[in-house]
Design a protein. Structure first.
Length: 461
């Protein structure tokens, strides 16, 4: 009996060991299932949070974008209201009136770096910080001029584009040689003139299709040239290079947007007539664009240096004048930059006649002056709006939004360490009857990073 009892006891112990092992395995399976459920739940939570965050950023960007549209429209309405108005009659400086036979000198009727839209601004929506940067496409040279039907004019356009590409990054570590610049210009011309006849993917007939020359095709954006021989992605990027040098993408100097038209326009129709994007705004065009319009044999580089220096000279303050009934005029509210610092007025070209104040221009003959004035203008109608939205991460949620320099501000909204979303919109500010219409050419385009503002004197920022 004792021996039988021991055998039953051993069997019972073996069963208990197997049950314990089975229970342990079931526990492991349950833990794995719970862990998987927890992982999926946390992943879904993060995805939902990211989608909500992006939606909030997009809504904030859209709100600022619509406000910027309205600001640009109001700027044009102010120009319409003041067009032809005599500054002396309006209570301004009597000395600001033009000479007989000249157009009135009224800064409200031109577009310059002293306009409010030109100065970058910062704002916030709750935890979302935004930076608004606007630049006029009229400050750039339109590469559609490469499609000029006249062979001589097309060749001149090729040389202009090549010079601008050569000057765009001149003196930097990313300099484009003159030979490479010319090859790039010819490549763009060939791409547009023979696109449908090449190995490119065919495209449907568009409003821009020329029925007499269907091989010719107008690009939707300048980024289409990225895939052409001689072009590299780094050429389209803005960044800080060696020794903190500002290096700009070629899209800061060239454009395809400044020749919008509506149907078959005529001057008598009251609609704006496209000028082919030939004229650039002398008040806002970067130095590389101005100096690239003509070769050094045609006009000395000192002419464009004088133009650049003139628009950076301080504007002489007006003497205090008393208005009607001896009431002193109220000074306008000063303009502030994104750091809250006052922007002091600088000279602008109220009209192309003001070029006469530059010695190098005054010394030219009438034919030479005509060539220059045909290449310039003082107004803009196409604008690029870039809005960078940023949300602080957990690591820098308590960081104060204060900057000591433009460089620090720009790096803040370009850093990959933060949640940043950069959106671009290109619009045409079109006068219609007595009002202004904002027509989006590129409604919403997400960029890799925000472009840098082109400065006349970057070393002295």
């Amino acid at each position: 009996m004792k021996i039988f009892s021991k055998s039953l006891s051993g069997a019972r112990d073996a069963c208990q060991g197997a049950a314990l092992l089975m229970a342990f395995l079931v526990l492991i399976v349950i833990i794995a299932i719970v862990y998987q459920i927890n992982t999926v739940t946390l992943t879904d939570e993060r995805i939902t949070y990211n989608e909500i965050t992006r939606a909030q950023m997009d809504l904030a960007i859209e709100s600022v974008l619509l406000q910027t549209y309205e600001d640009l429209a109001e700027d044009a309405r102010a120009a319409q209201a003041s067009e032809g108005e005599d500054p002396a009659a309006a209570g301004g400086d009597p000395g600001a009136a033009s000479e007989p036979g000249e157009p009135p000198r009224n800064p409200d009727t031109v577009d310059s770096r002293m306009d409010r839209w030109y100065t970058p601004q910062s704002t916030s929506f709750g935890d979302i910080q935004l930076r608004i940067f606007v630049r006029d496409e009229n400050s750039k040279y339109n590469v559609l001029n490469l499609l000029q039907p006249d062979e001589l004019m097309a060749e001149q356009a090729v040389q202009r584009v090549a010079r601008i590409l050569d000057y765009a990054r001149g003196g930097t570590s990313e300099d484009i040689s003159s030979g490479d610049a010319e090859e790039m210009a010819l490549s763009m011309q060939s791409y547009m003139a023979e696109r449908l006849g090449s190995d490119q993917v065919p495209q449907p007939r568009l409003l821009t299709t020329d029925l007499e020359n269907e091989q010719q095709s107008v690009p939707f954006t300048f980024s289409e040239f990225r895939t052409l021989p001689g072009f590299e992605d780094v050429m389209f990027e803005d960044f800080f290079g060696e020794d903190d040098e500002r290096i700009h993408g070629i899209t800061s100097y060239l454009t395809v947007f400044t020749s919008p038209v509506v149907g078959e326009e005529e001057e008598a129709s009251g609609l704006p007539v496209g000028n082919g994007g030939w004229g650039v705004n002398v008040n806002t065009a970067p130095f590389a664009v101005l100096s690239g319009l003509f070769s050094g044999r045609e006009f000395p580089i000192s002419l464009w240096e004088a133009v650049r220096d003139y628009r950076n000279e301080a504007e002489d303050p007006l003497e205090d004048e008393e208005g009607e009934d001896g009431v002193e005029d109220v000074e306008p509210e000063p303009m502030l930059d994104e750091f809250g610092e006052e922007i002091f007025p600088k000279q602008i070209f109220d009209s192309l006649d003001e070029l006469e104040e530059i010695y190098d221009y005054e010394a030219l003959n009438e034919a030479e002056k005509s060539l220059i004035t045909e290449a310039l203008e003082v107004t803009s109608d196409v604008f690029e709006i870039v809005i960078a939205a940023r949300i602080s991460t957990a690591s820098d949620v308590n960081q104060r939004l204060e900057f000591e320099s433009r460089r620090e501000q720009e790096e803040y909204f370009r850093s990959g360490e933060h949640i940043v979303r950069v959106v671009r919109s290109v619009v045409w500010r079109r006068p219609v009857d007595d009002d202004v219409m904002i027509v989006p050419l590129v409604r919403w385009e997400v960029l890799d990073n925000a472009p840098l503002q082109v400065l006349d004197f970057p070393d002295e920022e």
